[in-house]
Design a protein around this ligand. Structure first.
Ligand code: GLA
Length: 388
């Protein structure tokens, strides 16, 4: 279905005329730097070739009619570009609505709409950023159709606003930023405090980056996510009694150790510890990768997972098992969960020759304990969202 011809044919079948424009927006994996992006810390994601395609044609009224090849049962969902509001019945098109609301607010009212057929290759709820992919896709469509020419950075900020204000999930900017600004062959070291970033070559001639999907239905993700963020904010408030900081990303490990006595709640102290240490790990990991020290990079990935398990508590039985099984295999450089947590995907860097036995053994171990097999995907880096 990634096939352009097929998608244009589907557009014609659904809307009864020929589509005009074609776009792609990637998903992402985060290599390291988890739950640091709302703490002013560093993240190190790359965009992947799994993502979301759109076939679009303008229409003359002020409406958007959207059809998803992945959710055929929902049929064509239509909304007006005037007075956009979140509505449960709008289902997945709420991502489009949110983006188009904020883009119009920032630029001008759009007096014409469009028809769009969407097809996504990112499995749902897999922590590979299918929602950011859709948000930035919408931004790129708007840029092209209405000539508003918003930068990748602005689209990322609007995408985050859709999550925070339109959908009430207080996520950071990592997912939208990488999806909008990625470069094929590179991972991005992003400073989420300043939005400065460095593209670091991410080519592994002797290894593969594998994605392992636990297929664990993520539960309570939004409420747990928002709680973690609140706990980090509480930690900052307590630390401010003894040190002048505005976010946890400003502290080194030793500074944190010196000031942590100010955090009176033990659980909050563990959350803060993760955020501080993970940020420092991410900086070291990006340097290690740039210097060709893949082993060091792998060690830091492993430490990241342990910290997400012990201190941040966003791993679950399924993701812990995948990572533990990965660690036991030959030729594994490192493995960790990726994304928000509470299920979803893990990643592993594996020597080329060991990939087949790796998959076989991890699948077997997982199936034996969990009762069903995980899925594996070979991750390839991609460019940010664009017109094709
Ligand atoms: C989700 C959020 C991101 C980030 C990660 C955790 O993917 O959307 O902003 O916080 O979780 O690193």
């Amino acid at each position: 279905m990634e096939n352009k011809k097929q998608l244009f044919q589907r557009f014609e079948e659904v809307f009864g005329y020929t589509g005009e424009r074609f776009y792609f927006s990637p998903g992402r994996v985060n290599l390291i730097g988890e739950h640091t992006d709302y703490n002013g810390g560093k993240v190190f994601p790359c965009a992947i070739t799994m993502g979301t395609y759109a076939v679009v044609a303008p229409r003359e009224d002020q409406k958007v009619a959207a059809y998803s090849e992945n959710l055929k049962d929902l049929g064509v969902l239509t909304f007006s570009l005037v007075d956009i509001q979140y509505e449960k019945e709008s289902q997945w098109t709420n991502y489009l609505k949110g983006m188009l609301l904020y883009i119009q607010e920032m630029t001008h009212e759009f007096t014409t709409g469009f028809d769009v057929l969407i097809y996504g290759t990112i499995p749902n709820g897999a922590s590979l950023s299918s929602s950011a992919s859709l948000e930035i896709l919408t931004g790129v469509i708007a840029n092209d159709l209405y000539g508003v020419d918003l930068s990748g950075e602005t689209l990322a900020q609007l995408g985050m606003r859709v999550e925070n204000e339109f959908l009430n999930l207080n996520s950071g900017i990592m997912d939208q930023f990488i999806v909008a600004n990625a470069k094929k062959g590179y991972a991005m070291l992003l400073d989420t405090d300043t939005l400065d970033y460095e593209q670091i070559p991410f080519a592994l001639p002797d290894h593969q980056l594998l994605i392992m999907n636990s297929l664990k239905q993520r539960e309570l993700v939004d409420s747990e996510y928002n709680t973690r963020r609140e706990q980090c904010e509480e930690a900052v408030q307590m630390l401010q009694e003894v040190v002048s900081i505005s976010n946890l990303g400003e502290l080194s490990e030793s500074e944190f150790e010196a000031y942590k006595y100010a955090i009176t709640d033990r659980e909050i102290a563990r959350r803060a510890k993760h955020a501080v240490y993970e940020n420092q790990r991410t900086k070291r990991a990006a340097r290690a990768l740039a210097d060709g020290q893949l082993e060091v990079f792998g060690e830091l990935m492993n430490e990241s997972h342990l910290s997400l398990h012990e201190d941040y508590e966003v791993t679950v039985k399924e993701t812990d098992l995948l990572v533990r099984l990965a660690w036991e295999q030959e030729g594994v450089i490192g493995a960790r969960m990726t994304g928000g947590g509470f299920g979803g995907c893990c990643i592993a860097i594996v020597e080329n020759e060991q990939v087949d036995p790796f998959i076989k053994n991890v699948r077997h171990g997982y199936e034996t304990e969990i009762g069903y097999a995980p899925e594996f995907y070979h991750a390839e880096t991609a460019d940010g969202a664009k017109k094709l």
